[in-house]
Design a protein around this ligand. Structure first.
Ligand SMILES: C[S@@+](CC[C@H](N)C(=O)[O-])C[C@H]1O[C@@H](n2cnc3c(N)ncnc32)[C@H](O)[C@@H]1O
Length: 271
């Protein structure tokens, strides 16, 4: 216990433990949707109250979100094996370890305290680099632009914590600066945001969502073109056939409700 690393994070940075714990728990299952042994190692190495995070259906759906984004990134890499992927608000995400094809260029971007923690476990290399920045301070785009295109920007579980005008400005900068590239993100409706606020209060989590979006198609006004958008309960076809049984039973029941309420969507855009 004493050898564990202590994390000094702000409340919004601390949310990285939510998907991390979910991926570690999933990895321990008999038939996991996603195998992430690095997440298990990280959870065992950091001193934090894991029981607070990563339980129940919310957690299973979060793992599904990660699996959807993995699927989209893999498809991108099949077409552009030497392209660049940027993981915005990476937390302790391990997507690179899951999808690396040996030639991709990769950036993991996050706030300073998160990156300080991340650096305890991940080492930069010629193809995999870390960016210490807020996604809202756009200078980081200069470093990305010096890497080979096209580009795939993944923002998983991060934009909800940012103000809408900041999200829109960032997306429009990406659209202008990185033509012929992709952006994947998740959105949640207002009802879901109110629910998150109630749950955060009950669960002693300080971070609150700031941005709700019922229909991600509205983001096309930033210059992005919508390619694919679905509720998390109806993941892309490539993924659907390999879902564990529990997911195949529950998700079709959730999908109509989620579609009606704009509860939880994952969306792929092209610039
Ligand atoms: C819920 S976690 C998601 C982490 C990761 N994407 C994953 O799925 O495991 C949210 C992450 O967004 C990061 N974050 C919050 N605001 C940010 C900002 N302005 N710029 C960059 N990262 C930010 C936090 O530090 C945290 O790592």
């Amino acid at each position: 216990m004493t050898d564990k690393i202590t994390a000094r994070l702000s409340s919004v940075e601390e949310t990285l433990f939510i998907p991390l714990a979910a991926r570690a728990r999933e990895t321990g299952k008999k038939h996991p949707l996603l195998h992430d042994p690095k997440a298990t190692e990280l959870v065992a190495s950091i001193d934090f109250p894991i029981d607070k995070y990563g339980r129940g259906w919310g957690s299973a759906v979060m793992v599904l979100r990660t699996a959807v984004f993995d699927t989209w990134v893999r498809s991108f890499l099949e077409q552009h094996p030497h392209g660049t992927v940027v993981e915005i608000g990476t937390g302790l995400n391990t997507r690179f370890d899951r999808v690396d094809n040996g030639t991709v260029h990769w950036f993991d971007l996050d706030l300073p305290d998160t990156i300080a923690l991340r650096r305890r476990f991940f080492i930069d290399s010629a193809r995999r680099r870390t960016l210490t920045a807020s996604v809202l301070d756009h200078e980081w785009m200069d470093q990305v632009a010096a890497s080979p295109g096209p580009y795939f920007f993944v923002a998983e579980g991060v934009l909800v914590y940012l103000p809408e005008d900041g999200v829109r400005l960032t997306l429009s900068r990406l659209a202008q600066r990185f033509p012929d590239s992709s952006v994947a993100l998740d959105t949640y409706g207002h009802r879901m945001m109110r629910y998150q606020h109630r749950r955060a209060k009950a669960g002693d989590i300080d971070a609150r969502w700031e941005w709700a979006c019922e229909d991600p198609a509205v983001l096309q006004s930033t210059g992005l073109r919508l390619v694919e958008s679905t509720t998390i309960a109806r993941p892309p076809r490539q993924l659907r056939h390999r879902l564990p049984l529990a997911y195949r039973i529950i998700l079709p029941l959730l999908h109509p409700l989620m579609r009606l309420t704009g509860a939880f969507r994952v969306t792929l855009f092209h610039t």
